[in-house]
Each structure stands twice: as structure tokens, then as C-alpha cells.
Unconditional design. Structure first.
Ligand SMILES: [Zn+2]
Length: 235
């Protein structure tokens, strides 16, 4: 199992590691990594793995049965190599801001309209959220986003906790993105926004709400029945 450094410290930008395995000259597993693997609507990190001053660009990161695999652009790394790593911080930080913003908006949608999130996708220049909502209007969504912006002004801290499976099951709203809890896990990582929001989550988040900036609703889509979609950007 790769040690996932981003789970404890989302602000870690560089670190040393050891190459554990190399497949097809380009798929690298490290003993520990802060490169975020694609998942939960958040794209993978890019950056460099560096050996003796030579830079290997990381173009994709994915999670495969507990290991985090980094795809590099050219061959040259071997098992046992000692390397240093650095993240494309601008890219990652943008995703952190969007990810925390998604949690905040989903919190407002859930509290005010009992809306359940069915999917979300973060990009560098926008985020998309899919949700179920009975009584829908673009004006309502606009008001919810404005409310989110008001909450940002409170500048609440974002903190990470661990909870047992039994405790999580007692609070079903913790897994708002209702895809069910992984069966083999007994402990879960909880991302909290102040005391207003708690979510089971493996993503990377900013430390405080003000880092999000301002959320601007750019598009709403009524996909029929109770399926809705919204897009927002961060200013
Ligand atoms: Zn999340």
C-alpha cells in the first residue's frame, strides 16, 4: 500500500520517496506520495518525479488496489531509486478550492432543499454538480449559491477527522454522495467545514473557506424528473 501523504497534509508540495515498482517503463509506484490519484470527481495531480536532477513528468495518477500508480512521460526510473517529487501546485490548489466549494454548495442544497448529490466533476476552470431536487428553479439555485458565498465570509476552518464505521453508520448524511461505504474499511476520513458540514471524503481541501474566493453560478440544467445539474466557477 502506498502511503498517501495528501490525506494528512493537502499543502505538501515536495517530498522524498523510493521507487517500489516500475511497470512497462512508465507506471511508477512509490513508497509514499502526495500526488492525488483521480477519484471522487477530483482529477489527478501532475508534476515531476526527479532522480539525480533528471525530471520525469507525471502525466496521470490512478489508484489500483491500494497502490497509487504514476504514469511518467519517458522511461528511466528503476525499482529502488531514491527520488524527490514535486506537485504542479497551481493545478492542485485550484482543485482544492473547487473541491471545498462543492462540499459547501452541496451542504446548502441538502439543508435547504433536501437535494442529494448524484455526481460531481471538478475541472481547472469550472465545476459541475448533479443532484436530485423535487422543487427546482434556476432562481432558487442562484439564491443557494449566494447563500454559499455568505457562508464563505464566515471563513470557517476545514478540518480532517477519523471516524469508525459504526459512528458513520449512525449519521447517514455523512455519505451524502450515496454510493455506499466501501465494505472492507473500518475507519473513515471525515472532512469537516466548521461545525456545519461533515462528509466521508478522500479528496484534498483548502484550510479555510476564504481560500475558495467567490462562487459564481454559470449554468443550470433541468435534466428531467428530479435530475438537475449546475455549473459554477470560482472568482
Ligand atoms: Zn469531496
Amino acid at each position: 500500500m502506498t502511503e498517501a501523504l495528501y490525506m494528512k497534509d493537502a499543502y505538501l508540495k515536495s517530498w522524498d520517496a523510493k521507487v517500489v515498482s516500475v511497470k512497462d517503463d512508465k507506471f511508477i509506484v512509490l513508497d509514499k506520495t502526495a500526488f492525488y490519484p483521480k477519484g471522487g470527481g477530483q482529477p489527478w495531480d501532475e508534476g515531476y518525479i526527479i532522480k539525480d536532477g533528471e525530471k520525469f513528468k507525471v502525466v496521470y495518477v490512478g489508484k489500483f488496489s491500494g497502490d497509487i500508480s504514476h504514469e511518467i512521460e519517458k522511461p528511466g526510473l528503476k525499482e529502488g531509486d531514491l527520488v524527490s517529487c514535486e506537485i504542479d501546485w497551481q493545478r492542485r490548489y485550484t482543485y482544492m478550492r473547487y473541491h471545498t466549494a462543492c462540499h459547501l454548495v452541496s451542504n446548502i442544497l441538502y439543508r435547504k432543499a433536501n437535494a442529494k448529490i448524484t455526481g460531481n466533476q471538478i475541472e481547472l476552470d469550472k465545476a459541475r454538480m448533479d443532484f436530485s431536487m423535487e422543487d427546482y428553479s434556476p432562481e432558487k439555485l442562484s439564491a443557494f449559491v449566494e447563500e454559499s458565498n455568505e457562508v464563505i465570509k464566515q471563513n470557517l476552518p476545514i478540518t480532517i477527522e477519523t471516524m469508525s464505521r459504526a459512528a458513520v453508520l449512525e449519521e447517514p448524511e455523512l455519505a451524502r454522495l450515496a454510493i455506499g461505504l466501501p465494505k472492507n474499511l473500518q475507519e473513515f476520513r471525515i472532512v469537516k467545514i466548521g461545525d456545519i458540514d461533515k462528509q466521508v471524503d478522500g479528496g484534498t481541501h483548502v484550510n479555510s473557506l476564504s481560500e475558495i474566493g467567490e462562487i459564481e453560478l454559470t449554468k443550470t440544467v433541468n435534466k428531467g424528473k428530479s435530475n438537475r445539474r449546475l455549473y459554477f466557477i470560482l472568482k
